[in-house]
Design a protein around this ligand. Structure first.
Ligand code: DQA
Length: 140
């Protein structure tokens, strides 16, 4: 089972960025957690982070025929990007949407998610554990 974990803009700033919302752990802490979890579940996980919409689209396209599942936190592109939604639809790889914060209890504009029109499951407000739950979706 090969899973691609995609994080969008500003998630490389975890630990520095709004710690009251996103916590004090860093992006590298998240990658370590995902890699440790993958080992226990017999998953091959690749983590990818980009601040650029087109790079995320490219990565999703490159996943075609390579990965069995995608875990995606598109960051702010969640609320704006039809291109990322279309990329997911193009490759047809099952995907789970993750948000560290509880997006539905924040500003109105965070309630709209384009990728949720495609994703099989949506996990919000569970911090880094949401990524692990998303990985488990593919193995259970
Ligand atoms: C986020 C929520 C988004 O609204 C925000 O733009 C992010 C992070 C989250 O993980 O809670 O960058 O996706």
């Amino acid at each position: 089972m090969k899973i691609l974990v995609i994080n969008g803009p500003n998630l490389n700033m975890l630990g520095i960025r709004e710690p009251a919302i996103y916590g004090k752990s860093t992006y590298q802490d998240l990658v370590n957690l995902i890699e440790e979890h993958a080992k226990t579940k017999d998953i091959k996980a690749e983590c990818f982070q980009s601040n650029h919409e087109g790079c995320i689209v490219d990565k999703i396209q490159e996943a075609y025929g390579v990965f069995d599942g995608i875990v995606i936190n598109p960051g702010a592109y969640t609320h704006t990007s039809v291109a990322i939604l279309d990329a997911l639809k193009s490759v047809g790889i099952p995907a789970v949407e993750v948000h560290i914060s509880d997006v539905d209890s924040r500003e109105e504009f965070r309630k709209l998610s384009y990728v949720s029109l495609y994703c099989k499951k949506r996990i919000t407000g569970k911090g880094f554990d949401g990524y692990l739950e998303a990985m488990d979706f593919f193995t259970e």
